[in-house]
Ligand binder design. Structure first.
Ligand code: ADP
Ligand code: ZN
Ligand code: MG
Length: 475
């Protein structure tokens, strides 16, 4: 490359608002596994004369999300019709928000502390789904009218990694506030990427290209990388970038031109006459603000400062609120944060990952795992036993650790009397090494400790054993 270019990225994120019913009718949002077009009514099918009604829960969840993204909330917003024809849009228009959205400007911080501006969050309804087959196109309107929020960022991101970090942090925030489940596999979160390049040192932005409808972080990263390379080559060859909308072909791993970029006036936006505007009192906004949970960035920071976790572990354990709550409950029950972190991160999530289960499907509750860790802290169980057979039995049966310990006959050799018994037995059985130890050969004690550990089937604590052996040998 002859020139150095700076990458400029802005993201538009669509997330389905978690609600039992659609945005403007009472059809269910859950059409998973239902026959096509079984989850529709005259409103979401756009029949003439239908009358939509705003789903209040969706407005509220949109506002909560916007507040978590540090956005200003205007007291007045409204819905608008965005007109265009497409077979997946039976109304002939999408109900969206044009110039007065439910939220104004905000920002979030991404890894490394960089601030990414948010232009706004607005509410809208989803379109249906088209399936193109060799015999024609099939239309399924089950998803038509599903509640969406769109979060538009400022063109503030400067690398693929930063764009990905931003998208992931937005996902965490939406899940923390309960505004969207952001289940990527169910298509609940989709990204439109806007990318341009400019020569390093130039203030003015270059011409941007939009890549629509990415549904995973991986495809977001791949599409960005591809698009950046494509634009770089064009600019190097002296070509002009056309402002256009492209799609991403995951199999071919390339972006494909779809259409020239439309302008806002192409849509002939006008206020939706069938819906009242949204009015929010300032006192209500303050209440929403107060009700916000501890957000991911603060929770991670607290995990680092309060529990001494590494940034890496804090990121993992605070990924979703359920996971963070689970971890903190294990700490509360066990009283040991280091062990709690290790048991949740490595042992529990290792097993869940192996079985492709989510935390909500864990057979072991936080209280049970906390109790297991506590038994180690109390010296009733060795770490190896806890991580091994006791954990596995709890995981496969869902039983409490104490029940498993009893059943496996692992009631641990922890009381001093029982350990002394074992030590005496070993001392009697190995006069040679005992004589060595007493004669000053300190290392020989390791052998005796090993024998006692064996007798206890690994349940005793080596430092305790060593101490008792020394006492009994008069050292
Ligand atoms: P449009 O009118 O084409 O939809 P917007 O101004 O609404 O453009 O911006 C859409 C998205 O594109 C926003 O996320 C914004 O940050 C981003 N964007 C705007 N200009 C650029 C640019 N030159 N390069 C990259 N992204 C940009
Ligand atoms: Zn409906
Ligand atoms: Mg736009």
């Amino acid at each position: 490359m002859l020139h150095a270019y700076e990458v400029v990225i802005g993201l538009e994120i669509h997330a389905q608002i978690s609600s039992k019913t659609k945005m403007f009718c009472s059809c269910s949002t859950d059409s998973f596994g239902k026959p096509p077009n079984s989850n529709v009514c005259p409103i979401c099918m756009g029949f003439p004369g239908m009358l939509p009604a705003t789903n209040k829960e969706c407005v509220e969840k949109g506002i909560r999300a916007a507040l978590a993204l540090n956005c200003e909330i205007p007291s007045f917003s409204k819905f608008d019709r965005k007109n265009y024809f497409y077979p997946d849009l039976p109304k002939g228009y999408q109900i969206s928000q044009f110039d007065q959205a439910v939220s104004g400007k905000g920002f979030i911080e991404v890894e490394g502390g960089r601030r990414i501006g948010i232009t706004r969050l607005h509410l809208e309804d989803d379109a249906g789904k088209l399936t193109h087959t060799s015999r024609g196109t099939l239309c399924d309107y089950n998803r038509s009218g599903a509640p969406l929020m769109e979060i538009v960022s400022e063109p503030d991101m400067r690398s693929v990694a930063e764009a990905s970090a931003y998208a992931q942090e937005v996902r965490r925030i939406l899940r923390y506030v309960g505004s969207s489940d952001c289940d990527m596999e169910k298509g609940m979160m989709r990204f439109d990427l806007n990318v341009s390049l400019r020569p390093v040192g130039q203030d003015e932005f270059g011409t941007k290209v939009e890549v629509k409808n990415l549904n995973s972080f991986r495809s977001l990263e791949r599409a960005l990388e591809y698009e950046i390379r494509r634009q770089e080559e064009m600019l190097e060859n002296g070509q002009k970038i056309a402002q256009e909308t492209r799609g991403w072909d995951d199999d071919k791993a390339e972006t494909v031109s779809q259409r020239g970029k439309e302008q806002a006036h192409d849509y002939r936006y006008f206020p939706e006459p069938d819906l009242p505007p949204v009015e929010v009192e300032e006192s209500r906004v303050l209440e929403y603000k107060k009700e916000l949970p501890e957000l991911p960035r603060l929770r991670r920071a607290r995990f680092v400062s309060e529990y001494g976790l590494s940034e890496h572990d804090a990121l993992f354990l605070a990924e979703e609120p359920e996971r963070a709550d689970y971890f903190e409950e294990v700490i509360r029950v066990s009283g040991d944060m280091k062990k709690a972190a290790s048991f949740v991160t490595t042992i529990l999530f290792g097993a869940l990952k192996r079985d492709q289960r989510s935390l909500s499907e864990s057979p072991i509750s936080a209280r049970q795992l906390g109790t297991l860790v506590k038994r180690i802290v109390e010296g009733k169980l060795s770490t190896n036993q806890a991580k091994g057979e006791v954990f596995e039995a709890m995981y496969s049966t869902g039983k409490d650790p104490d029940a498993v310990i009893d059943e496996l006959g692992l009631s641990v050799v922890s009381d001093a009397g029982a350990i002394d018994e074992l030590c005496k037995k070993v001392i009697e059985a190995h006069p040679g090494p005992v004589a060595d130890v007493q004669g000053g050969k300190e290392q020989a004690i390791g052998f005796l400790v090993g024998q006692v550990m064996k007798e206890s089937r690994g349940t005793a604590q080596p430092p305790v054993v060593q101490e008792r052996l020394r006492a009994l040998l008069g050292l």
